[in-house]
Design a protein around this ligand. Structure first.
Ligand code: PLP
Length: 365
């Protein structure tokens, strides 16, 4: 199997994984490290699995440069469960939390947090169907807030922060980085908590990586539901109960693959090259293709664009599918097309899409 006979996979998540990672998993599937069992069949308390999770953590620490005062957790419940766990654990009774609402995912997190405590939206671009991001001066931040929450990349609308919002002094910054996790270097020390569902850049669905600054654990109230308590998860080394062993094994392989490429600066360089190939085609189309996001915040991971009408958009998606370009239909809330160009997508796939876009415009423009 080569990259050439695989699909051009533009799925938004679950999404493309690196071919060498899939091949390694295939090789080890039946007999993991001489155990005569697959990684799905061994005890999570075995020394083999202890090594898998320890190595995954260590590789992520190296890849992201995670300081020693941060804990790394491999959790379940998807990124959606973090929408609840963040306020349950980190917003003390009576305190309020600030949310920057820039798309469907931050809106969902905001609504979840509202269910059980004071929650303030400090910015919303909903009136413009989330096509832009705030400038720092647009944010009316509460200096007493329990934390400031944002989503670094909105997967559905295709807007991505180039520089992070700055919280008032002493207010922890919390980020949902599910769809641009390990796509670029990040200064972990700026954040109180970082989390990401794995199923875009980091692996299969079923595991969420949460990175939390140690001192914030002091805020965790007593008597939270066990599995939703960060302190319990830290104490149990992400194994208070049976963890998603296979997903953790896979994210570990992806971290090693990214390290092997040369780390996150190189990953970022590749991602920018791919995104530029497609954005350039949009920009040079004389308005035939129109990006959803404003140019200063368009995502390097999820490229959202429209054609002159819906009929053409449907034709585009179905003709692309015939050429093995998969997953291009936009989310129903934005419409149009969306090309997700995650870490594992080869440059050739971005080039194939750009070529198809030009040809499609020549025929239908
Ligand atoms: C930015 C972002 N946050 C949260 C989620 C929800 O993730 P999950 O399906 O793992 O709960 C998604 C899913 O696509 C996402 O893109």
């Amino acid at each position: 199997m080569t990259e050439h006979n695989r699909a051009h996979n533009f799925n938004a998540g679950p999404s493309i994984l690196p071919l060498p990672v899939l091949e390694q998993a295939q090789k080890e599937l039946i007999d993991f490290k001489g155990t005569g069992m697959s990684v799905m069949e061994i005890s999570h308390r075995s020394k083999e699995f202890e090594a898998v999770i320890a190595e995954a953590e260590q590789d992520l620490r190296t890849l992201m440069g995670i300081p020693s005062n941060y804990k790394v957790l491999f959790l379940q419940g998807g990124a959606t469960l973090q929408f609840a766990m963040v306020p349950m654990n980190l917003r003390p009774a009576g305190a309020s939390a600030d949310y920057i609402v820039t798309g469907s995912w931050s809106k969902s997190a905001y609504k979840e947090a509202q269910k059980f405590g004071a929650t303030k939206s400090v910015f919303s671009a909903e009136a413009d169907n989330f096509n832009h991001l705030p400038k720092q001066e647009d944010l009316k931040l509460d200096p007493q807030a329990a934390y400031l929450y944002f989503t670094s990349n909105e997967t559905i609308h295709g807007v991505e922060f180039n520089s992070d919002p700055v919280p008032p002094s002493g207010v922890p910054l919390i980020v949902d980085t599910s769809s641009d996790f390990i796509s670029r270097p990040m200064d972990v020390s700026k954040y109180g908590l970082i989390y990401a569902g794995a199923q875009k850049n980091a692996g299969p669905a079923g595991v969420v990586v949460t990175i939390i600054r140690e001192d914030l654990l002091e805020r965790v109230p007593a008597n939270l539901p066990t599995m939703m308590d960060y302190k319990v998860q830290v104490a149990g080394g992400s194994m208070h109960n049976t963890p998603p062993c296979f997903s953790i094994y896979m994210v570990g392989l992806v971290f090693k693959w990214a390290l092997g490429l040369g780390g996150l600066s190189e990953v970022q360089r590749r991602n920018e090259t791919k995104a530029n190939v497609i954005y350039q085609t949009i920009d040079e189309s004389g308005g035939f293709y129109k990006g959803h996001a404003q140019a200063d915040c368009r995502s390097k991971m999820n490229i959202t664009f429209r054609l002159p009408n819906e009929e053409l958009e449907n034709t585009f998606a179905s003709e692309a599918k015939k050429l093995n370009m998969i997953g291009l239909k936009g989310h129903r809330s934005v419409g149009g097309l969306r090309a997700s160009t995650y870490n594992a997508l080869p440059l050739e796939s971005a080039q194939a899409l750009a070529g198809f876009m030009k040809e499609f415009q020549r025929k239908h423009g």
